[in-house]
Design a protein around this ligand. Sequence first.
Ligand SMILES: Cc1cc2nc3c(=O)[nH]c(=O)nc-3n(C[C@H](O)[C@H](O)[C@H](O)COP(=O)(O)OP(=O)(O)OC[C@H]3O[C@@H](n4cnc5c(N)ncnc54)[C@H](O)[C@@H]3O)c2cc1C
Length: 408
Amino acid sequence: MDFSYSEKVLKLKEKLTDFMEEHVYPNEKVYKEQLNQQASRWTAIPPIMEEMKQKAKAAGLWNLFLPESEYGAGLTNQEYAPLCEIMGRSMIGPEVFNCSAPDTGNMEVLARYGSEEQKKQWLEPLLAGEIRSCFSMTEPDVASSDATNIQSSIVRDGDEYVINGRKWWSSGAGDPRCEIAIVMGKSDTTAAKHEQQSMILVPLDTPGVTIERMLPVFGYDDAPHGHAEIIYDNVRVPAENMLWGEGKGFAIAQGRLGPGRIHHCMRLIGAAEQALEDLCKRVQNRVAFGKKVAEQGVVQEWIADARIDIEQARLLTLKAAYMMDTVGNKEAKAEIAMIKVVAPNMALKVIDRAIQAHGGAGVSDDFTLANHWANARTLRLADGPDEVHRRQIAKLELRKYKKEGILK
Ligand SMILES: Cc1cc2nc3c(=O)[nH]c(=O)nc-3n(C[C@H](O)[C@H](O)[C@H](O)COP(=O)(O)OP(=O)(O)OC[C@H]3O[C@@H](n4cnc5c(N)ncnc54)[C@H](O)[C@@H]3O)c2cc1C
């Protein structure tokens, strides 16, 4: 395994870092101010976001994800990792480069499993950053970490499918530009356990789709993106909106969640790097009890541990990316599960130390630490709770010793 950066990646890294310093970090505050000046935090996008997007597009820093595809920048997962990391240093960074969740995962689904017509209608405007999308799988009434529990129904009726169900935590559905949902539901409850589910494209303006409320995360509304509870009540869409085919929902979920998960991990490494940088700068500028906070042994231990933790997580992420590139997402499932446990826990630890080193300032919104912490905490749940990934890792480990039947 060679994790050195190619010439192409080194150039992109430099360009991206310069762009972040020139356009993204200085505009974090502007973005927040513009959002708060609006009549509602949900009805419009701060104009600075479009300005930054246009600049990123012009600079060729656009759609850097999407490996093995005629779309995107033609980078492998391993090449994308250090770039995604840089974007993740800012909460608003990924969207500037059209590389934010859940759109990247949804675009991968459309690129891999969409029909030509679906690609034209939905993938192209998503790639252009003109519209946004959401992914509706989780339901309030069932333990959705086990996707076989999903109850929503997708029933064929002539040339249409009829969708019924209640979903929550559909991230991104609050965005006024969000036009399309990928909805997971059951199309055949009599089929084999993993062939009952389908995924279907539902335009959000279809009659019967109601956004009932937006769910805050530790008090952050994450506007204008947000996390929605959505009711699908006798929603009718053309049969052509089915993705790949009836019964393929589980298979698509496996394909979708791999890239989506590792992107979260890459961004979390960036968030941890940013937190460590903030920590180091802060403790060199504050004096307590007669010496710089940086001179306290305990603080130096935090710094050392943070560096160790980040490096370990980065190496495992790169290994997972390498596996995805060389043997495919399915074969890389153990590494993806491992990094999905490691990265959020690592980021939480590093950000927590940075918050501590900032004193009260650390939990205020004068710094982005609190927001990054809240986001990292959700990622111990979103895209699968730690326990479910650990279960998967244990299952694969046990399988090596041919003790069949221990974990189904
Ligand atoms: C901020 C945020 C954004 C999200 N975005 C999306 C989105 O865009 N689209 C979407 O569909 N969903 C989204 N989710 C939902 C997320 O993926 C689910 O919350 C997650 O899969 C867990 O499902 P659940 O909430 O139903 O928890 P449950 O399935 O009820 O699980 C609860 C807990 O039970 C424990 N548990 C479960 N299984 C096991 C096991 N095998 N062993 C031990 N313990 C276990 C775990 O601790 C788990 O956290 C988001 C969630 C959050 C918080």
